[in-house]
Design a protein. Structure first.
Length: 157
């Protein structure tokens, strides 16, 4: 998407856990949030520079989109801002949060923070692969036979 007369700079700092970049669901969410936040800034800020920065820590990934526009009063936001509502919905679907900071004359910052996946805080979201694995899924463990019989298929002879 082009924004004539606007400079859009993007910086991605993978952080301490760069494996988050392999999470397709997270990458797509960040891309869509950035796309909408940059579009909003280009359309409404009145500024000529927009910066989108992605940083990662041990526990979350954060996207900050800033502009050098005129700013606005965030308390005046009402339900008619579909772009911000879409950003909020997308982040909340991944247990994330969104904040909008602005004061008159100093631009705005839209900050989206999404926790990184761990086995403790979120189940893995299945994303269909273009190349399915030829290896069938193998159960992680088998329940022991309550009668003490072997469940192995290997012959002892």
């Amino acid at each position: 998407m082009e924004h004539p007369g606007k400079t859009v700079a993007t910086t991605v700092l993978p952080g301490h856990r760069p494996e988050w970049t392999q999470d397709r669901t997270l990458r797509l969410a960040l891309f869509r949030v950035a796309q909408e936040a940059v579009r909003n800034a280009a359309e409404h800020s009145g500024g000529d520079r927009i910066d989108a920065t992605v940083t990662a820590t041990e526990t979350y990934v954060e996207l900050a989109v800033t502009d050098n526009g005129t700013g606005f009063d965030p308390t005046m936001l009402n339900g008619h801002h579909h772009g911000l509502a879409a950003i909020r919905t997308r982040c909340e679907a991944l247990n994330g949060s969104v904040s909008v900071t602005s004061t008159g004359g100093s631009g705005a910052i839209v900050r989206a923070r999404i926790p990184l996946r761990t086995t403790r805080n979120r189940h893995r979201v299945a994303v269909p692969s273009a190349h399915p694995s030829p290896v069938p899924a193998i159960p992680r463990h088998r329940k022991p036979d309550p009668y003490g019989n072997s469940t192995s298929t290997k012959s002892l002879v």
